[in-house]
Design a binder for this molecule. Structure first.
Ligand SMILES: NC(=O)c1ccc[n+]([C@@H]2O[C@H](COP(=O)([O-])OP(=O)(O)OC[C@H]3O[C@@H](n4cnc5c(N)ncnc54)[C@H](OP(=O)(O)O)[C@@H]3O)[C@@H](O)[C@H]2O)c1
Length: 386
């Protein structure tokens, strides 16, 4: 692989393009994680003709988006000089087909990358495949290193995590100004803290995870459905996983109701302690749940480590934890939270324990504070405790 780029652009210009792409790609870090942030550009006439980004987890990769935008530009592929991409293209099928295939199909003859895949199983594989197919491959060192563009991805592919894999968990909660997760009884029907725009965002997020995890107390208190409704994508709804050590989930709760029009409802899984009441087990399965017994923790709940393993073996890679303070706290204490999204509604007071102490205890990284209508939203990665 050559280290010097030989398009009509100088190495300095290519480096600038890569840095710009990486900066823009990083804006989507919380939407793509645990995937890396990636940007790509098609060069024609010595200039950037079209750009594309990996916008959200499960969505098309940056190379595919850049090629699509180049096609839409009206400038024919015969004029495309090169594809510049911040990270080596993938050569394996994941949620989407391999990018190397899309590149080969596009007819582009030159690919310039700013970083190699850090995963030893894939490192260099995409570039080798392209080279073997006759594509000129170039590498601009230190242009878009993952330490800068996507440190979360390095944590995800870290060898220790691969040895004991667990899904990427996003803990999402809504809290009042004092950090309580239940509003005063007279507000939001005793349930709703955040506003309608925030709730729409949550629907989008639900459509982009493999599973929603919650606890039986939330089911008993709120009777949630955990379905996906527009603007979320209801086509592949996440599994709905309830941690319920003693099978207290009511058989007539809304989790078992048929989905409404345009609504996506994933399978309901109840994870209980092995040996939990057999009659309840049968009744819940008859209601539509799949019930699985796992080991119990020292506190006599379902063991969270077993839950992580169960999810992983189910093929779940990205989890949305939508639970109350008990399960949130247990996940945080166990180091099983990778990312948080916290909505603080314009509500005073509230009921139940507050999550406020966690804001000093959690090691937050790359934090982003934003507003959605009257709600304040905090998004951040959570680093493992030291
Ligand atoms: N504002 C928000 O974002 C939000 C979101 C969800 C819920 N809530 C509110 O939170 C309240 C419920 O809070 P919560 O904290 O009691 O509910 P939770 O965290 O959703 O569920 C707790 C229950 O999960 C079960 N569980 C199973 N395995 C566990 C484990 N390893 N560790 C701990 N618990 C385990 C326990 O019951 P078993 O031992 O019987 O299994 C426990 O009582 C409700 O009022 C609800 O409205 C608010």
């Amino acid at each position: 692989m050559s280290e010097m780029a030989t398009t009509s652009l100088s190495e300095q210009s290519l480096r600038e393009i890569l840095v710009d792409l990486a900066t823009e790609a990083r804006r989507r870090r919380f939407d793509v994680a645990p995937n890396p942030c990636v940007g790509a550009a098609v060069i024609a006439g010595g200039q950037v003709l079209a750009r594309g980004f990996h916008e959200y987890w499960g969505g098309p990769h940056a190379e595919v988006e850049a090629l699509r935008a180049a096609r839409a530009s009206g400038v024919g592929p015969e004029n495309w000089e090169a594809l510049v991409v911040t990270l080596e293209p993938c050569s394996t099928t994941g949620k989407t087909p391999p990018c190397t295939e899309a590149i080969l199909r596009s007819g582009i003859r030159r690919v310039i990358v700013g970083a190699l895949d850090p995963d030893p199983r894939h490192r260099g594989a995409g570039l080798r495949l392209l080279q073997e197919a006759g594509i000129e491959v170039e590498f601009v060192p230190r242009a878009s290193e993952l330490e800068r563009t996507a440190p979360h991805f390095l944590r995800w592919v870290d060898i220790d995590r691969q040895r004991r894999p667990r899904p990427w968990t996003i803990a999402k909660w809504a809290q009042t100004r004092s950090g309580q997760l239940s509003p005063p009884p007279q507000v939001g029907g005793g349930r709703w803290i955040s506003g309608p725009d925030s709730l729409r965002e949550v629907q989008m997020l639900r459509g982009r995870v493999d599973a929603i995890v919650s606890g039986v107390t939330t089911v008993l208190h709120d009777d949630p459905r955990f379905t996906v409704r527009p603007p979320g994508d209801p086509s592949k709804p996440p599994l709905r996983v309830i941690l319920d050590s003693y099978l207290r989930t009511p058989t007539d709760c809304k989790l078992f109701a048929p989905p409404g029009p345009g609504e996506g409802a994933g399978e309901v899984h109840i994870l209980c302690q092995a040996g939990a009441n057999a009659a309840r087990h049968r009744a819940l399965e008859a209601a539509g749940a799949k019930v699985t017994g796992l080991h119990s923790s020292e506190e006599d709940h379902v063991a969270l480590r077993d839950v992580q393993e169960w999810l992983w073996h189910k093929g779940v890679r990205r989890v949305l934890l939508e639970a109350g303070p008990q399960l949130l706290t247990r996940h945080l204490e166990s180091g099983f939270v990778d990312q948080v999204r916290v909505y603080t509604g314009d509500v005073m007071g509230g009921e139940g324990p507050t999550m406020a102490p966690w804001f000093t205890r959690m090691r937050l990284a790359e934090r982003l504070d934003r507003e959605v209508a009257a709600d304040a939203v905090l998004e951040s990665f959570v680093l493992p405790s030291e």
